[in-house]
Design a protein around this ligand. Sequence first.
Ligand SMILES: Nc1ncnc2c1ncn2[C@@H]1O[C@H](COP(=O)(O)OP(=O)(O)OP(=O)(O)O)[C@@H](O)[C@H]1O
Length: 737
Amino acid sequence: MGSKQVSKTRNGGFSKLKTVESSASSTTSSSKLYQEASVDSHSSPTSSSVRSKPQLPPKPLQSKENVTVTVRFRPLSPREIRKGEEIAWYADGETIVRNENNQSIAYAYDRVFGPTTTTRNVYDVAAQHVVNGAMAGVNGTIFAYGVTSSGKTHTMHGNQRSPGIIPLAVKDAFSIIQETPRREFLLRVSYFEIYNEVVNDLLNPAGQNLRIREDEQGTYIEGIKEEVVLSPAHVLSLIAAGEEHRHIGSTSFNLLSSRSHTMFTLTIESSPLGDNNEGGAVHLSQLNLIDLAGSESSKAETSGLRRKEGSYINKSLLTLGTVISKLTDRRASHVPYRDSKLTRLLESSLSGHGRVSLICTVTPASSNSEETHNTLKFAHRAKHIEIQAAQNKIIDEKSLIKKYQYEIRQLKEELEQLKQGIKPVSQLKDISGDDIDIVLLKQKLEEEEDAKAALLSRIQRLTKLILVSNKTPQTSRFSYRADPRRRHSFGEEELAYLPHKRRDLTDDENLELYVSREGTPEIIDDAFIEEKKTRKHGLLNWLKIKKKDSSLGGSSLSDKSSAVKSNSTPSTPQGEGSDFHTESRLSEGSALADQIIETMENREAHEDSFHEIETPETRIKMIDQMEILREQQKTLSEEMAQQSRSFKLLSEEAAKAPQNEEIKAEIINLNGDIKAKNDQIATLGKQILDFVIASHDELDKSDIVQAVSEMRAQLNEKCFELEVLLKLSLFTQYFSS
Ligand SMILES: Nc1ncnc2c1ncn2[C@@H]1O[C@H](COP(=O)(O)OP(=O)(O)OP(=O)(O)O)[C@@H](O)[C@H]1O
């Protein structure tokens, strides 16, 4: 739906970089304020004269800006704690990072986040202004940088308990549309990785080794797929599917380490609302959300493949460091963007008009002290890159929103003409007889009705790609229903697409593992605990059965579900409570598929009593709903394939190191993921059932029977795969314990 293969995507046309001297900067650099007092900007800091926290001047709304640079500490990991690691670096207040062993070594940034800061807080400070800008036509780039296992993926992607910057930004983008009733929007996404210096399309597995091209407007990737998106859940489902193709591998530092850089791009077009907006300027901007692979010591890796990957990662990060140094050195005449694919693709962001936010993730652990220091120096240099935030406007026909608006207008005109020429078929109903002319006329009219339905269908399909706020009087357009802005509350649909705990060995559940600078657990404030509760509640809500609005079968559905949960029986090697639960829900998944057909059959028995007239509009709506359900099922299958891959990887690791605690923990996590997937299957099954009940009167019986039996077969297949996967993972867990 809304998918489009484009020949290129670009990061916009940009002007050449202006380098600045740090001391002359008149912008918001807190690091500059701090630097003057204590810290040398480019070499190793030595002074210890700063005692108090520097105050940030309010950020002026001017076009010249610096890159926003923030540092996020993660807590010590269970492994680091077990190894008795000390804290080497810590957050000294809100803007300073200080070295524990040498208090004179300190750096200041726009903001420093301690280990208990939530990603939502990080988003508010480091990302929200970039997202706002992008929605208003200013290009934006947010990237996470740091050594391996420092928390980049946790920050950018997050999980169901703690959504990352990407899902938060996506949610915010749709909320902004809701808050902007005077404009209409078209959003599309692309997602690719750079693995061993090769660009692969994550939304299209066939798009491997894509070429980077340049023209007068900038750099672009030839042949990358872009998909028009309709809702946060739609975007997140695409990312989840894309993640399946990303290169992830186990390293000495991170069991599920990203082996590639990824860039997720949301392209936003908007124009003034209304049918007659030919003259209105279209804003076009791109929001790039980048999860870099982490630098690592190649010596630590034993496998040749990991070493090779590591050397590509390190080389491209080194080039990024050099580019940033050159950008801040006004004497530099040449900036080596072309030395790596990463810097080639970042050139537009780093040298042009747009907002950039760099989130550096660090671990406080002493064993990583040197690498953390390098990250801090990198971050400090980046602070001095100067960029311009300017709105992009395009009026040309390359704009997709313009193209769609034009097509919709044309189709509407065609439809009008057709309507004027058509006499309603009902007027001819009374005419009878064998007159050949009348038969032909009836035939012609029926054909015209079909043509009208086809036109309507095309208009609807195009119209729903253009997003408008439901606060507008114009309700004919698809409107995105959003919560009020900034709440970032995730509904069931969106949460379903976030990883459950896929990569997290520790997460915010393990509060006792958060170690403060003094080595004692941090005191978590009430608000934080409350937020945790709310989020947990959110997750539980997701697991709850959706309440049916149709009176038919609704109560029996929820009754059935609760009964199944309470009647669980053990049947796994472990025979533990949680596993019984999974087993029972697996059966529930299959039972649901059967229930769908049963409902169909029951309804067929009453078919004669339902004789509402099917209109082309309702038919299109139903078909669309069916498509969405199919799409969800596809995503689910893709995610399951990803879990199978993770499982394969983990079982290989478990075979090599049966006593490895982290692998065991990860297998337990995977178990949780598989259970969550099973819940999703159950939810989807119920949605299909709801759909069957709600649409029976309006869809042709043969259509629905065919579609539903297809889905039923697929659901059964998935239930079976899940059962096998779960048993295998429990088996592995059993033998490695
Ligand atoms: N702020 C945080 N709070 C709690 N846990 C965190 C935090 N940051 C990272 N972690 C945990 O640390 C581990 C490593 O994090 P993550 O995979 O995000 O690192 P990374 O920098 O992306 O690593 P790589 O470069 O190898 O892919 C994960 O288990 C993650 O859950």
